[in-house]
Ligand binder design. Structure first.
Ligand code: LMR
Length: 327
């Protein structure tokens, strides 16, 4: 009898013990690019590390390729709590803070190392919290790379862009950039770019090498100019209220996983940009066109007025800090 009671007590305890184990917190991480890109790799690394750091406490679900939300809807979804982590391109924050428009200014950064230095500076770091009043918290910057112009005609001089239609991200700075060279920019979601190029809705666009290759844009563009005229990087963001409501140990484990996953993605961005360029060349679908120093200088001069146009919204102090990062 005593034994039966003891067994009963033990099994009740076991049942309660198991029952008391809370279900893992489900974290949806949604993005619009392929798994092989720096962002795709960083997202998968975050899943691996978060689930290792917080075994049984969190489950991370990664949705690449606009599977869950496209770039037009993901920000709204984050604020509604339908997704917990997204990493939009810095070009897509204009509606939430005009300051982040700095990253779209043409020819502001000499290379991705300069972008990295600016992001790490006090001015760059302060931008991570610039949307807190809107309920958005920045967890860190993530690189993709410098952008290249592409079209079905060679764009050697800025005048070659006259009258051409260009796909752009949802950014007023990028709109002004193409207008400055007489182009006709059109804001189109990333998931629709291939078709827009294929069907001639637009004549050209701008992309970093990893996006061009992984989305096969080079198959529907005749020329890709080695222009490096701007940057396409990301801010990994979360819903500030959701984040604040997490248990402290979960928050700590997620932050550590995020920092490490960003470092991993950045390493891929630094190391692999040129190998994606090589793959595009090897495919022989589009011709990669080098620009001379003089041709690049002409593009720079033609696009330079865009800086003045947005200086008031962005802040001269930020633009100065970004330029200091070039040295
Ligand atoms: C684009 O829309 O071109 C990019 O923002 C896509 C991305 O996330 O790299």
């Amino acid at each position: 009898m005593k034994l039966t009671l003891k067994l009963l007590a033990a099994s009740t305890l076991l049942a309660f013990g198991l029952g008391a184990q809370a279900a893992p917190i489900v974290i949806k991480y949604s993005h619009v690019v392929a798994d092989v890109t720096p962002k795709g790799k960083a997202a998968l690394k975050f899943k691996e590390l978060a689930e290792k750091n917080l075994a049984g406490k969190v489950e991370v679900q990664v949705f690449p390729n606009s599977q869950l939300f496209g770039d037009g809807k993901e920000m709204e979804a984050l604020l509604l709590g339908d997704v917990q982590i997204i990493a939009p391109s810095l070009a897509k924050f204009g509606k939430y803070t005009p300051k982040l428009q700095i990253f779209d200014l043409p020819f502001l950064f000499d290379d991705i190392q300069a972008v990295d230095r600016f992001q790490a500076s006090p001015e760059g770091q302060s931008l991570l919290t610039s949307m807190s009043k809107k309920g958005i918290m920045g967890l860190g910057y993530l690189h993709n790379g410098m952008k290249q112009l592409s079209a079905n005609t060679k764009l050697l001089q800025p005048t070659d862009a006259k009258g051409l239609k260009f796909r752009i991200q949802a950014s007023d700075v990028l709109e002004a950039q193409f207008k400055a060279v007489g182009g006709n920019p059109q804001k189109i979601s990333f998931s629709e770019v291939y078709q827009a190029l294929q069907t001639g809705v637009v004549d050209g666009t701008e992309n970093p090498w990893s996006n061009t290759y992984s989305k096969k844009f080079h198959e529907v563009q005749k020329y890709i100019m080695d222009s490096d005229h701007g940057v396409l990087d990301y801010m990994v963001i979360t819903n500030a209220k959701w984040w604040a409501g997490l248990p402290p140990d979960v928050q700590k484990g997620l932050k550590a996983a995020m920092d490490e996953s960003i470092a991993y993605g950045n390493k891929a961005a630094f190391q692999e940009a040129l190998s994606f360029r090589d793959k595009v060349i090897a495919d022989k679908k589009a011709e990669v066109v080098p620009l001379t120093k003089e041709q690049k200088a002409a593009w720079r001069t033609a696009m330079q007025p865009v800086w003045k146009k947005f200086e008031g919204e962005i802040g001269k102090n930020l633009i100065d800090a970004a330029q200091r990062a070039n040295q």
